[in-house]
Design a protein around this ligand. Structure first.
Ligand SMILES: Cc1ncc(C[n+]2csc(CCOP(=O)(O)OP(=O)(O)O)c2C)c(N)n1
Ligand SMILES: [Mg+2]
Length: 673
């Protein structure tokens, strides 16, 4: 190794030139932070990060998770040096159709391990990926996973975000010594110096949370090298390298004076003569800035050669392991194939008239047995959200022991969701996580990112309505279903509903919903489940139709006078109301719509056959009326929903008071005639 420090400095200057120039050309972007962080990323990529240029998705590669997505120009500049982006692509930063998007978007083939932008989330993905690597090491025995290092890059914004507390707590508690995080501490953020908002001893904080902490000059290649060596050698703890970096390192103003440590370089091009002076100061040519210096090309050519040897050795080791463990090797290949696991759903046995959260536990119990790469998590509610169905078949992770498959996240829903995203980004595992539906509010930013990255994380939300009862309005979701169903309307960049959201009507429909969630490898899936017991749908119901998102429930009358529509437990309330209506000679159809988004994907004729235009309709939802208004147009009927926060009382009282009874269904439907 022993690259001359002068060459490392030249390479970092090269990244600074590329980053500042890309932003200058785009007339927008963030040069300052990128210029300050260039030294660290350059030392990491030129000397430490182990990856295979010929096989970018190699399962055993080291991973680099960027938290501050606004530092995209630094990442792209670095990835240009290793040939993942062309200089032309870099020069097209932030333009329509260019792969150099404003903030990095998950593209492992190009070396972008995560989408970043919402500060804080990125480094929590790294924690999840480090957990996945520990899990895979324990469950496959493949020695490659024990050699993998997960690197995270965080900045002041990420440290200030609350999620950093959760991520640091988890990493410390689980002793993730395969995690090395670099904190770009440059004392500057978007609108102020950090001291205006931050007066903490960050090193002491992380030490208290169980990390090994190194404090260095973040622009000194020799110190960076030494710190990475030391961080990698730490056993039993995650490592944090706090690098004091200079915002806008090397930047000059139009008059030639220093433009370093200035908030203005955070989020705007250096501009005009300041830009030109800066590029010259860094040894570049302002007229022709998009180039890689010869000694920098040589530096990375040398690294490419080293990587060939490193990968050859690692592959040889993996091959020897595979030869000795052919079944495990085949299993690992399957786990990384991205294909849905094969599951024998006939092994799930559901109790009659059960709560759908308990029905979910029955599914999870079978999944724990049949899907050995599934990791289930809960934010300290496993016995309520019934992820304990999974837990009872395995053990929870603890420092030094990842032989189980349950992740106790503690009371930290956003952290938990982001860790699950990180596991999915790592690959090889199928993460699921549970909590109360009302607390999905704490997870929304992660759900959005999972949806954007098209990751098949499973979200399990129980206590789906005001029927939480005595706990009162703080715990009773009302608007949450409408919120989350918006994600079904939002398409991802492949034209699919960005999230699959399923609210099953009874125990057996819950099995159907879980099977849809497990088969869905294209997007996140969400299950919304009841706390209380639910009367089963009529005998003979064909649950396979749940795959259409909405369907006619068994026992419905032909040529109905009215169609009753709901999801979840309200379907059974409609069934009870239908009985009263039928006693008066009304012909009634009941439609269960576990997923409106999925239903809208069906052929128009099918949708029409289930909900024909012109027939009177009545919808019932424990959420806001808007939850069902897409299925029940005002011109054709009415929706009974909740228009206020819930109330504290036993749920049966609430059902009466709020009109979720057979009698009220009967009365409201009568009003339509
Ligand atoms: C969750 C979230 N909130 C706000 C922002 C907007 N934002 C982008 S960068 C930034 C300041 C970050 O400061 P720092 O991390 O120190 O980066 P530096 O200025 O050093 O480059 C803010 C507020 C964001 N991207 N994500
Ligand atoms: Mg900063």
């Amino acid at each position: 190794m022993a690259n001359p420090i002068s060459v490392l400095n030249h390479a970092a200057d090269n990244i600074r030139i590329l980053a500042a120039s890309a932003v200058e050309k785009a007339k927008s972007g963030h040069p300052g932070g990128a210029m300050g962080g260039a030294d660290f990323i350059n030392v990491l990529y030129s000397e430490y990060l182990n990856y295979d240029p010929a096989n970018p998705t190699w399962a055993g590669r080291d991973r680099f998770f960027l938290d501050p997505g606004h530092m995209a120009p630094m990442l792209y500049g670095q990835l240009c040096l290793i040939g993942k982006y062309s200089l032309d692509e870099l020069a097209n930063l932030r333009q329509w159709g260019s792969p150099t998007t404003g903030h990095p978007e998950f593209d492992p083939k190009r070396g972008v391990e995560n989408t970043s932008g919402p500060l804080g989330q990125g480094h929590a993905y790294a924690v999840g990926a480090a957990i996945a690597a520990k899990f895979l090491a324990a469950h496959t025995g493949n020695p490659t996973f024990a050699k993998e290092t997960v690197y995270a890059y965080i900045s002041d914004g990420g440290v200030q975000e609350e999620i950093s507390q959760g991520a640091a707590r988890i990493a410390g508690t689980l002793g993730l010594d395969n995690l090395v995080m670099f904190y770009d501490s440059n004392d500057i953020q978007l609108s102020t110096e950090t001291k205006v908002v931050m007066n903490e001893d960050t090193a002491a904080k992380y030490r208290a949370l169980g990390w090994e902490v190194f404090e260095i000059n973040g622009n000194d290649a020799a110190q960076i090298r030494k710190a990475i060596e030391a961080a990698k050698a730490v056993k039993g703890k995650p490592a944090l390298i706090i690098g004091k970096c200079i915002m806008g390192k090397g930047a000059l103003k139009e008059d030639g004076s220093s433009y370093e440590r200035n908030c203005k370089t955070h989020g705007a091009p250096l501009g005009g003569d300041a830009y030109k002076n800066t590029i010259k100061n860094l040894g570049g040519d302002p007229e022709n800035p998009f180039r890689i210096f010869d000694d920098v090309k040589e530096l990375y050519a040398r690294r490419a050669e080293e990587l060939k040897q490193i990968c050859a050795d690692r592959y040889a080791e993996e091959k020897a392991w595979a030869a000795a463990n052919p079944e495990k090797a085949a299993q690992q290949a399957e786990w990384f194939s991205g294909k849905a696991p094969k599951i024998d759903w006939s092994k799930v046995s559901q109790k009659e008239n059960d709560a759908t959260r308990s029905a979910s536990a029955a599914c999870l119990s079978v999944l724990a047995e049949q899907v050995p790469n599934m990791i289930c998590a809960s934010a300290d509610l496993s016995n309520s959200d019934k992820t304990d169905g999974f837990l009872k078949k395995t053990t929870a992770f603890q420092a030094g022991d990842f032989s189980g498959a349950f992740f106790q996240a503690g009371v930290a829903e956003l952290t938990m969701a982001c860790c699950c995203i990180g596991m999915a980004l790592h690959g090889g595992v199928i993460p699921a996580c549970g909590t109360f539906f009302v607390f999905s509010d704490y997870m929304k930013p992660a759900i959005r990112m999972a949806a954007l990255m098209e990751l098949p994380v499973k979200f399990i939300w129980t206590h789906d309505a005001f029927r939480v009862g005595e706990d009162g309005p703080t715990h009773e979701p009302v608007e949450q279903e409408a919120q989350i169903r918006l994600m079904e309307k939002l398409k991802n960049h492949h034209g699919k509903n960005s999230v699959l959201v399923l609210r099953p009507a009874d125990a057996k429909e819950t099995t159907a919903a879980w099977s849809l969630a497990m088969a869905n490898t294209d997007t996140p899936s969400a299950l919304i489940l009841s706390r209380q017991n639910i009367a089963d749908l009529p005998a003979g119901n064909d649950y396979s139709q749940a795959a259409k998102g909405g369907y006619i429930v068994a026992g419905s009358d032909a040529n109905p006078d009215v169609i009753l529509v709901a999801s979840g437990s309200e379907v059974s309330t409609l069934e009870a109301g239908a009985k009263l209506l039928r006693e008066e000679g009304k012909k009634v159809r009941v439609v269960s719509v576990p997923s409106e988004g999925l239903f809208r994907q069906q052929p128009k004729e099918y949708q029409q056959s289930v909900l024909p235009a012109g027939v009177k309709k009545f919808g019932m939802t424990a959420g806001l009326p808007v939850t069902l208004q897409g299925l029940v147009p005002e011109s054709e009927g009415a929706v009974w929903g909740l228009e206020s926060f819930g109330f504290s009382a036993p749920y049966k009282v609430l059902d009466e008071k709020l009109g979720y009874t057979a009698q009220n269904v009967y009365e409201q439907v009568k009003k339509l005639f």
